[in-house]
Each structure stands twice: as C-alpha cells, then as structure tokens.
Design a binder for this molecule. Structure first.
Ligand SMILES: Nc1ncnc2c1ncn2[C@@H]1O[C@H](COP(=O)(O)OP(=O)(O)OP(=O)(O)O)[C@@H](O)[C@H]1O
Length: 477
C-alpha cells in the first residue's frame, strides 16, 4: 500500500527522516587517556619519520645533559673536522652519502610538503569524492646535483600523461626551472623531475673518441640529469629532425666522432650525402669512404651501389648469422644524409626521385641486420616529405617550429609525455629530445659540439681516405 497518492507528473515531497542517535556517555578520564595515547602515538611516528632531525637532537641533548657543554663542543668539532676531511679526500662519496640525502630531506620538508596540497589542487591533480578531498601522496624526495626527483603515489584514475602535462606548471609552482614526469617501476607511482639548474645550458665540448667500436653505446652528449648520453646504432637507423640552425650538423658530427675509432680501424665506412652542395660536411672528407654532394643522379647511383652491397652481404650471411659483425674486410656501412627531403621530395626529375625513394626504402627495411645503417637529418617532418619515417627506429627531435612536428618525429603522444621540442629556445642549438631504451618518456639531451678545428683534428687523427663522387683517393693515415 502506498503511503501517499501519486498523481503522475507530480513532485513527491521528500520528508526528512526522523532518526534518533543513541547517546553514549563517555567518562572524562577515558577521553583524556585516549587523547594522550593518540598524541603519544603521533609524536612517536613523527620522531621516527624525521629521525634525521630528532636523532641528532636527542644525541646533542643527551651529551649536554650527561657530560656538559664542553664535551658537546669537542664532539661537534671532531665531527665537523671529520666531515671536512671526508669532503677534501673523497668528494664524490661525501656528496652522495651526506649532502644530497640531507638536501633532499630538507627540500622535502620545507619546499615540497609545505605547499603540496594547494599545488596539487591548483594543477588539477587533487580531487574530491563523496565530500572527501584526495591528494596524491609525496613518498620520497631525492636531491641530485642538478635537481630533485619526487616519487609520488598517484590517485586512482590518474595516468602518467596527466602528470606529464602538469609537470611544467608544478615546476613553476615550486619555483624551479623545469619539470617533467617519468614513469616509476611501480604502476601506482610517478617520478617528478624538477631541475634546479640546467646542465645543458652551456655548450658540450667534444667527447673522447672511443678506442674500440661499441655500436651499443656511441657517446654523443649529455643528458639533463648530467649523465652521459649514448646512442645505440646496432640494429637501428637514426632520424634527426630540427629547424634551421637547430644543430642537426652537431648531431651528425658527434656521431661521426663516436665512429672515428672504427673508421680508423676500417671497421666502419661512412657514405656521406650532402645535397646542400657539400658545404656542411666537406670538412670531414678524410673520414669518408664516399662523399656525394653533386647531382641528384649521382646520389641515386650511390644509393643503388649501397643496395647492391647490402644484397650481396645478405646473400652471403643468410643462414650463417642473423646479425652482421663488422671486420676490416667487411665493414659497417653508415650512410649519412644531410637533409633527407632534398633526396625524397625536392628533386624535380621524377624518375631519379623514384630511384632514390626505392633504394632508400630497401636500405631502411633490410639494412639493419646486415650492417647498413642510415642516419638522416630532416627539417620538415611532414608525411608527404618523409614516407619512410616509421622505418627509423631511433629518432631525435631538436628544436622544432611547431608543436605538431614533435609527434611526427618522435611518434604519437611524445609531446604529451614531455618532449617539448617546439619550446627549445633558439639560443640552445644541439639540445634535443630522444627516446632511451626502456624509458617511456623522451629524455632531454645536448649533443657535443665540434668546431671546424675539432673536425680538422678528427680528420688528422682518424682519417684515411678521400672519395669524391665514388672515386676513392687513398690519403695518408
Ligand atoms: N651542440 C651544439 N652546441 C652548441 N652550439 C651548437 C651546437 N650545434 C650547433 N650549434 C651552433 O648552431 C649553429 C647552427 O648549427 P648547425 O649548422 O648544426 O644547424 P643545422 O640544424 O644543421 O642548420 P641547417 O638546417 O641550416 O643546416 C652552429 O654554427 C653552431 O654555432
């Protein structure tokens, strides 16, 4: 039986429920005991959590109380002398075990924890549900020479990309230079990296040339956390995208320098294509096995030669090995192309253009296993300019002019994951975003810069041959 008559369409008034809450009488002493126990528990938790402050404070209090202030002074002076001696004799371990852990804890307490909840709310990373507020938990702060790494427990429903987008705003909120988010090995956590200073702000001098050829790790520059950056060429082709004066030349020269030891030992042949008339790369002639800069016809021919070499090698290695190992008689062929679009799009002769495109697609799709690698630089990454973009496993994005170009070079979603290549300032040539093995987010790096005299020096020490348009001219070693 309904309690009220319902006429369809009428609003049903909601009567407030009349509930009587049972009244419990709690004795005053029990309340006081509860508050005391709760206060003691919280104080213990705080004391344990901030042991690095409470521990030394307790020690100081104990020495002072039991042995007097003179003893305390002697102990403090001894500790200070030991600290100074440690710093003098082994700075690396002092920074690592004393200074950075202390600085991390300090910054956690006085920089990040203080403004944490408001920062999360204003950057859209906190939420409310059922009337309750939820704020991501700051788990750990690790200070390094260049910045802070914050490990944060994400809220349910959040994705690392949400943090990637918010990281630059968070950086400004905490008054640091730059910020990005990196995935953590645990899926419920994220690492925020905030830079206090930029190790990529100044030009990187040429790195020492490796004496033995290691295609897994060619040293090319420095990462933004100060670590060296090494590129894996084994089994890969490299695409370098960047606007005019972004530093494409410096990436190519850093790669050539990293291969110079192998060139000298005849483990590596450089086939260099410079469609801009040879201005950019001619300085390295003694390092090149082939240097082609002339007509489109010549370049098409040279690429076809590379395809012939690749096929002959593939026939020889088929069934013997799955990966070519360079030897002096059977060297790695590295094809360097400065401005790829000049070969694939800007050639008016259609027949020649088709020949070039065909050779390039063969080299890119079949060359990796047989030791033929392509390193190509490009200004305009639009699809019509570069039909083979997906055949380059390794991509490098220098400064770009438009945000959309970032994903064209580095792959879909790269900009959302923090690759702000379009925001690299013109004053930082050679700075780029790259993908590292096993790291989801692109990493910012700066490539070493080789001046004309560095290039001459490289040629003097490692060069052996001069080749102009296919004609090998053996030079002095
Ligand atoms: N890694 C670097 N570190 C410092 N300065 C650099 C670096 N790379 C390039 N530069 C500076 O920027 C200038 C332009 O560099 P580069 O010629 O390599 O650019 P690019 O992208 O090849 O330009 P273009 O498209 O015109 O060929 C250089 O003359 C040099 O002064």
């Amino acid at each position: 039986m309904p309690l009220i008559n319902v006429i369809p369409g009428d609003k049903i008034p909601t009567a407030p429920m009349n509930v009587r809450v049972p009244v419990w009488r709690v004795p005053g002493w029990l309340l006081v005991l509860w508050w005391t126990l709760r206060g003691a528990f919280r104080a213990t938790v705080l004391a344990v959590r901030f042991w690095w402050l409470t521990g030394p404070a307790a020690l100081v209090a104990w020495i002072w109380a039991d042995f007097g202030w003179q003893t305390l002074l002697v102990v403090l002076a001894t500790l200070a002398a030991a600290g100074i001696a440690w710093w003098r004799w082994h700075r690396a371990s002092w920074w690592r075990f004393v200074w950075w852990p202390l600085l991390g804890r300090w910054r956690r307490l006085f920089v990040y924890r203080r403004g944490w909840a408001p920062a999360m709310a204003t950057c859209g990373l906190a939420t409310t549900f059922g009337g309750d507020k939820y704020v991501p938990q700051l788990v750990k702060v690790r200070a390094t020479a260049v910045g802070d790494e914050l490990t944060v427990r994400m809220l349910p429903g959040q994705h690392p990309d949400d943090w990637g987008k918010a990281a630059p705003r968070l950086a400004y909120t905490f008054r640091v230079r730059d910020g990005r988010a990196r995935t953590h090995r645990r899926p419920d956590r994220i690492v925020l990296v905030f830079l206090r200073r930029d190790p990529l702000a100044t030009t990187i001098a040429p790195l020492p040339v490796p004496t033995s050829l290691d295609l897994e790790r060619l040293p090319l520059g420095v990462q933004e956390n100060g670590d060296p950056y090494a590129l894996r060429l084994a089994g890969s082709h490299v695409l370098v995208g960047g606007a005019t004066n972004a530093g494409k030349g410096s990436v190519i020269w850093a790669l050539i320098a990293a291969l110079a030891g192998g060139i000298q030992q005849r483990l590596v042949e450089l086939w260099v294509f410079d469609p801009k008339g040879g201005m950019e790369l001619a300085g390295g002639l003694p390092l090149f096995t082939r240097f082609v800069y002339d007509t489109a016809e010549t370049m098409a021919g040279a690429l076809e030669d590379a395809v012939v070499r690749m096929r002959a090698r593939a026939n020889r290695l088929r069934g013997v090995t799955r990966q070519h190992t360079p030897t002096p008689g059977d060297s790695l062929i590295v094809i360097v192309i400065d401005e790829l679009a000049a070969l694939t799009s800007y050639i008016s002769d259609r027949k020649v253009r088709d020949r070039i495109r065909e050779s390039l697609s063969l080299l890119l799709s079949q060359g990796r296993a047989v030791g033929v690698h392509v390193i190509a630089a490009l200004q305009d990454p639009r699809k019509e300019v570069l039909p083979f973009r997906d055949l380059f496993p390794t991509r490098i994005a220098l400064r770009l002019t438009e945000a959309e170009q970032v994903d064209l070079i580095l792959g879909d979603g790269a900009r959302n994951r923090g690759a702000l290549a379009d925001e690299i300032p013109e004053t930082s040539p050679g700075v780029a975003y790259v993908a590292l093995d096993g790291v989801r987010e692109p990493v910012r790096v700066r490539f070493a810069y080789h001046s004309d005299s560095d290039i001459q020096d490289l040629c003097r020490r490692y060069g052996y041959a001069q080749v102009v348009e296919g004609e090998i001219v053996e030079g002095e070693r």
